[in-house]
Design a protein around this ligand. Sequence first.
Ligand code: RIB
Ligand code: CA
Length: 317
Amino acid sequence: MARKLILDCDTGTDDAVAIMLAALHPELDLVAVTTVNGNVEVQYCTDNTLRVLDHIGRSEVPVHEGLRRPLVRPDFPVPRNAAVNPNSNIHGRELPLPPATSRKQGQGAVEFLVETYRSTTEEIALVPVGPLSNIAAAIAIEPRMVDAVPEVVIMGGGNVKGNATPSAEFNIWADPEAAAAVLAAGFRRITLVPLDATHQALVSREQCRALAALGTPAGEAAAALIDRRITGYDATQPMAVRESAPVHDALCVAYLVQREVLDVHRLHVDVETAGALTVGRTVIDAYFRGGKEPNCDVALGADAAVFGDFLLRTLAR
Ligand code: RIB
Ligand code: CA
């Protein structure tokens, strides 16, 4: 029986690879994609999501557009200044895919999430790979939702690494109040996949060539998308990792199918929501100094070979 999931995305390049993996893997059943402001303004996230699903022939997967700004921060939608939004050259406003022919659903993302988890009798995993604005809004409207969600796998945060600032990762930094609310909500099972793990599962240009050689729409698209990421990262990353890039969001989908792809530890995580230097930081109590009960599984490592093989096998479809 395929595992059902909902992806919540701010569809940029790595979200797009995650969507393709979730839509194509035989052990997964992508129930829907919800979109949120993040890498780019939400309407472009929605359009990019529709482009991806159309491109791989999965236009029947419903797309619900969500919040266009964070719960509290006043300085979003995504800041246009590339210096503030380092992701801007890794994603671009429109993905390099043919224009969408399908259309988003009339129902908004938050309403969809609330209604789905109020009514479902099935186990539907929730995989947010953008800012957590939609998820926080949904649980504010329907707190009992946390009991209906069997598992949440979040791409976000950083223990040693930051990317939006020296101390914070973009998804958490873009809506820190939402992230704090989600981590404190009492979900049955949360796995946090931070930069410390995603940067251990880099994908190379050579692997992009292998993906393109698959000759499938998904393989060719993933090759182009990851190639764009590598070019963006190479502008600033050290020589040791040049010609490769993390594909953060896709690693969360791989984890749903192959748990061995991540090295997870049960830890307590808080989110800093104040402080000019540290706002958006995930404070990961890796050495049990805080005296608080662990509230999630945190991936501190990843297996690049398992991840690379998962990409090739899944995108060959
Ligand atoms: O920091 C990486 C995360 O921010 C990824 O989810 C990427 O898509 C952006 O949303
Ligand atoms: Ca994302």
